[in-house]
Design a protein around this ligand. Sequence first.
Ligand code: NAI
Ligand code: 6NA
Length: 457
Amino acid sequence: MSSYQSINPANNQLLKSWPSHDAAAVSQALETADRLFHSSWSKGDIAPRLQVLARLADLIESRVDELAAIASKEMGKLIGQSRGEVKICAQIARYYADHAAEILKPQPYPSELGEAWVEYHPIGVLVAVEPWNFPYYQLMRVLAPNLALGNPVLAKHANIVPHCADVFAKLVIEAGAPEGAWTNLFISSDQVAELIADDRVQGVALTGSERAGSAVAQQAGKYLKKSTLELGGNDVFVVLDDADIDEAVRQGAQARLSNCGQVCTAAKRFILHEKIASAFIDKFSAALKAARLGDPLDEQTTLGPLSSKDARDRLAKQVDEAVQNGATLLIGGKPVEGVGCYFQPTILTDIRPDNPAYYEEFFGPVAQIYVVGDDNAAVALANDSHYGLGGSVWTQDIARGRRLASAIETGMVFINSQSDTSAELPFGGVKRSGYGRELSDLGIKEFANQKLVVVAG
Ligand SMILES: NC(=O)C1=CN([C@@H]2O[C@H](COP(=O)(O)OP(=O)(O)OC[C@H]3O[C@@H](n4cnc5c(N)ncnc54)[C@H](O)[C@@H]3O)[C@@H](O)[C@H]2O)C=CC1
Ligand SMILES: CCCCCC(=O)O
């Protein structure tokens, strides 16, 4: 039985099983990608590649509803959020279509040795290993910069979103990319490891769990291949005593419930100044309780299902263990009875450092609340984490917000906004949230040969 299956998490119905790719198909895909890398497509003028990205952006924009429905049926994202994800993908494709040539032009390096500059060249075939939570966005973050640069990509998507993987690959071809530029492979972890070991593969990008990241990075390290990792997070949502509480509650509820909480940069640890904690908790609890659970395709639904039964069962076990280890369950805490992988909006408080939950990411609609007396305590708590991905600070004193943003040990901090993403801004983290950056001018150079050329003076 294929391990790639489209199952609707709103009703557990099997939509389609997808055949896996065997060794011969993988070998052919690698050969085609490597041949493309050694062709004028990858090494020649950038313009034809950017034209493909512009056409891809147009194609995606013309098919938002169709693409969004596929994602919502396959992984349970609310239809409006799926439309938003599809639109961000078009934005990313268009950003690199419009800006890659400027970003990748040779950069002069004034030197006493003579005229010096850095050129940006593709390095070869890459492997992309991606998760189900943003089934198109995660692929586009790798495709767009590397297609602009000239690196062919072999993509291994999460096993529960094969339809998204397949339709994305077809869009890239329809936009005019040659065979080999982006190849979707329904393959196993072992087949990924074999690809990474092959001399024709020069790098690997992964978004997903620490477990997957560690396995893939070990293999990449063993074979001296460049890797980037975008892993989990336990992002803070710091509400200071001078914050606009109603706006913080509104965005805090969105930041915890969006995509049913299955977002690496979702607000997960709510750190509240003691002066406003009670007011925030009352309003925040009401906002989470007001969530309308239902079919993700129904525009009225505000909280869909988790992506799978496994994800739902993992979360339920995690919440139970947090309570067994001393946490207080303020609201929710249980799977919703009936069909589908639904989970109650949940708030946990009184989580002490000796509770394993204190250091754990809850990948679902589960908020942890902590109360502190001052800014230093907020920063100390924020940094007491194995993760370092994103975070947000809420205050009407921007200088104060900037001080906390600089002190919080993550890759991204937003002041008076929930975490977000846009093609022109770098995305990534530190510590166990991974390394490297995606998007922006930083992302397109992660897998570039940044070659120094010097003309002796
Ligand atoms: N940073 C992010 O955006 C995301 C983080 N996650 C984290 O991952 C956790 C579990 O979600 P999953 O989808 O199960 O993530 P996962 O890490 O199991 O899967 C992510 C991708 O890695 C692949 N993979 C897993 N193990 C692998 C291995 N040994 N070798 C090669 N490829 C491998 C999977 O097939 C999938 O394509 C979540 O609870 C969350 O903490 C999940 C989704 C997105
Ligand atoms: C809109 C935010 C995107 C976050 C992508 C992630 O969970 O890895």
